[in-house]
Write a protein that binds this ligand. Sequence first.
Ligand code: ZN
Length: 247
Amino acid sequence: MVRIDKSSVLVPLILTAKGRGGLATKILISEAEAGGSTFRFKDIYRHTSVKSVLRELQNGKCCFCEDYIAHVSHGDVEHFRPKGGFQTDEKQPLQIPGYYWLAYDFDNLFYCCQICNQVYKRNYFPLSDEKKRTRSHTQDYREEDSLIIHPEFDDPAQHLTFVGEVIKPVNGSKKGLETIRRTGLDREELEDDRFVYLKTLRVLADVARSGGPQSLAARQHFHEISQATAIYSAMVRANFPDLIHKP
Ligand SMILES: [Zn+2]
């Protein structure tokens, strides 16, 4: 998981106050003010214009597992704060309403693989302090402290690291632990894939550190694959701290 900076792009027109998303949000808010707690959501949040901006911004990678999505599937536009309802754990029934007013909010949307989104994260949204839970559009959700790392407002590197291919929380970080659990970042398929990649990188690291004729080219390659554009870049940074800087 790496930090995603949305400041370099404009909010897609469809999600602005004058766009269909803005109008749909006003309708949701008026329904909530009239006492509604279940809502019908439109597909606006995953409109092509939204998805393509997110996909490009995230270099075609999932906001949680850093795997490339487009090679094998369409990918989801995921709501970080669940729009329809939320759960803090498996035992809790779905709590409604969810974060309906953020259904078309660009800050709440990320490009995500279907496994992280649909198999693991689903509607889970635990907080460090449940008393600060935002239940309506009249409250400021930024006062909540989510136990799942926010891909933009949090810095994933402060909470997650890697020992080899195995993802670990930094200094027992609760956020790190809960993010691993709720997005399945330690699932076997991912660990297997990271392990195979790492095996190749270890051979290349020996070349990079050797001082031999291919050393500079290998160091340049390490620099490139530690950038956010590359797959599993957080794992590369954690495992080869001496090789990721520009030679
Ligand atoms: Zn994923």
